[in-house]
Design a protein around this ligand. Structure first.
Ligand SMILES: CC(C)(COP(=O)([O-])OP(=O)([O-])OC[C@H]1O[C@@H](n2cnc3c(N)ncnc32)[C@H](O)[C@@H]1OP(=O)([O-])[O-])[C@@H](O)C(=O)NCCC(=O)NCCSC(=O)C[C@@](C)(O)CC(=O)[O-]
Ligand SMILES: NC(=O)C1=CN([C@@H]2O[C@H](COP(=O)(O)OP(=O)(O)OC[C@H]3O[C@@H](n4cnc5c(N)ncnc54)[C@H](O)[C@@H]3O)[C@@H](O)[C@H]2O)C=CC1
Length: 438
């Protein structure tokens, strides 16, 4: 077991590595080599990455891919995707190609409101607290004007502050439930700064409010933090086409295909075991764009899954139906994304990704990202209801298996050719490699 270390954060990068190698890798110098292999030779660029976070000792690569042919609201996009899983980019690209000849994707932002809360304890009469809140509300809002001034110029700022009584759930527990517009920023730091200002103002104002008893003046702030649950920051994306324009798969007419597709989505709507996997497939596309554009994928993931449970049961984020012989497929998802702030202007590949998308504003990025999620779900369901997922997924995963076995270029060539007409499975690949190596 490694010893407790104090002051690790203050060590230089190379001393951190030495400590790690000594205590976790038995002084194996190969570990140092591996870590250094991933350093960038451009020292300035490496330093930039080192400084994104703390205790950085190397870089962790993810493939940076692109999916072309996305027609969204009549405009064509090539979408950047950062993801490690094979077949995701291929499935998105295939879905994009399919829909671009059927009118493309449509997308619209339905709302952009973000939320933050000051959680506090108040021991006293809730009607006195309510009238105190009404008295101070406008001063409370203007107390943050030094923070909100520029955001207001961009069309954002504080939308409202509500006092919420939560004492039926926790004794003496109240909230300032605050809503914000954050323009092109995700807004976490803007919101948190406003909330901490509200918390200060609230405690000071309570202290000098003469209708409060001494106990009532003693408001205790528990915490002030934005919420990643953003059910009012919603984007919708959809595709539709006459049923006859759907695939005519062997053994499945376009109508039967549409019905099977709708049934697959219905199952995800009512069955949480299926819904989680269904939504995981959607997040394959969403997360990949979120990462490539330097956004916070944890925030997006947490918000999306909470939204999928908003009615008390976890359900599908997408919907499909057939109306008047028209197949319709849509997604509605909360996406608190930014095109400024965070890493967006710092990480060179993030800048490149945003340039590739034509320097979108936050709303445009919400639309593009939702479309990537919808396309991904279309690709997965299309496979699930026809060939099964393994055929396409394993076809793409073949290279990973070959690399695991350190296949040479000529082995790769011959096995890729072999598996063009044979189904890929891990054991089949092993069998064929062994055959070649005999
Ligand atoms: C994998 C495919 C696309 C093969 O599909 P295919 O029909 O064999 O592909 P193709 O070789 O005929 O090519 C057709 C198009 O697919 C794309 N494509 C094809 N190959 C590539 C490639 N190498 N690199 C980039 N793009 C590729 C590309 O757009 C290409 O057009 P082209 O570029 O030739 O004009 C198909 O089988 C598919 O869409 N499968 C679904 C895969 C999938 O959903 N993967 C996600 C991972 S599984 C998972 O995590 C989630 C899941 C599935 O559990 C979710 C759920 O259950 O709902
Ligand atoms: N719970 C969570 O999700 C938390 C997330 N974070 C992190 O916070 C970061 C995002 O915070 P942000 O406040 O968005 O970033 P940020 O702190 O970099 O701020 C963005 C700033 O850019 C400026 N700006 C310039 N042009 C703008 C425009 N057109 N629209 C809006 N603002 C403009 C504004 O001053 C704005 O406050 C992410 O890195 C995230 O991971 C931080 C704390 C908690």
């Amino acid at each position: 077991m490694a010893p407790v270390v104090s002051g690790f954060s203050k060590l230089s990068k190379s001393d951190k590595i030495n400590w790690l190698v000594e205590h976790h890798f038995n002084n194996d110098q190969k570990t140092i080599e591996i870590l250094k292999t991933y350093w960038n030779s451009d020292e300035k660029l490496q330093q930039l990455h080192d400084e994104f976070t703390e205790n950085t000792i190397s870089n962790y690569y993810l493939p940076f891919s692109v999916a072309p042919n996305f027609l969204i609201n009549g405009e064509r996009f090539t979408i950047p995707m950062a993801i490690e899983e094979s077949s995701v980019v291929a499935a998105a690209s295939k879905a994009a190609k399919f829909w671009q000849s059927r009118g493309g994707f449509k997308a619209e932002v339905l709302s952009t409101t973000k939320v933050g809360q000051v959680h506090f304890t108040f021991k006293g009469d809730n009607t006195t607290l309510k009238s105190f809140f009404e008295t101070i509300k406008s001063d409370l809002i203007s107390s943050a004007s030094h923070i909100t001034k520029n955001m207001e110029k961009r069309g954002g700022g504080i939308i409202d502050i509500e006092l919420r009584d939560k004492t039926d759930e926790i004794e003496n527990y109240y909230q300032l439930h605050c809503s914000f517009g954050t323009a092109d920023a995700m807004g976490a730091n803007f919101i948190n700064s406003c909330l901490e200002q509200f918390a200060d103002f609230l405690t000071n104002a309570a202290d000098s409010y003469d209708k409060f008893s001494d106990d009532e003046k003693d408001i205790e702030i528990i915490m002030s933090i934005l919420s990643n649950y953003v059910p009012e920051c919603i984007v919708k994306a959809f595709v539709s086409c006459p049923i006859e324009n759907l695939p005519n798969v062997e053994g499945l007419s376009p109508k039967a295909y549409a019905q099977k597709f709708v049934r697959a989505v219905e199952i995800a709507k009512i069955e949480p075991y299926r819904a989680v996997t269904h939504n995981k497939g959607i997040m394959n596309g969403i997360d990949a764009v979120v990462l490539a554009t330097g956004n916070d994928f944890r925030a997006i993931e947490a918000g999306a899954h909470a939204y999928a449970s908003r009615n008390g049961k976890y359900t599908s984020l997408t919907d499909a139906k057939i109306e008047n012989d028209i197949f319709q497929f849509s997604i509605q998802i909360p996406l608190a994304l930014g095109t400024v702030g965070g890493l967006t202007s710092l990480h060179p590949l993030v800048k490149l990704a945003l340039n590739l998308l034509g320097k979108p504003d936050a709303k445009q990025l919400m639309k593009i990202t939702a479309v990537a999620g919808l396309a991904q779900n279309f690709g997965a369901i299309n496979s699930l209801i026809t060939t099964g997922i393994q055929q396409g997924h394993m076809k793409m995963h073949l290279m990973n298996i070959l690399n695991q076995f350190e296949a040479t270029p000529s082995e790769k060539e011959s096995l890729i050719a072999y598996f063009k007409t044979n189904t890929v499975s891990h054991s089949k690949v092993v069998e064929q490699i062994e055959k070649l190596r005999k």
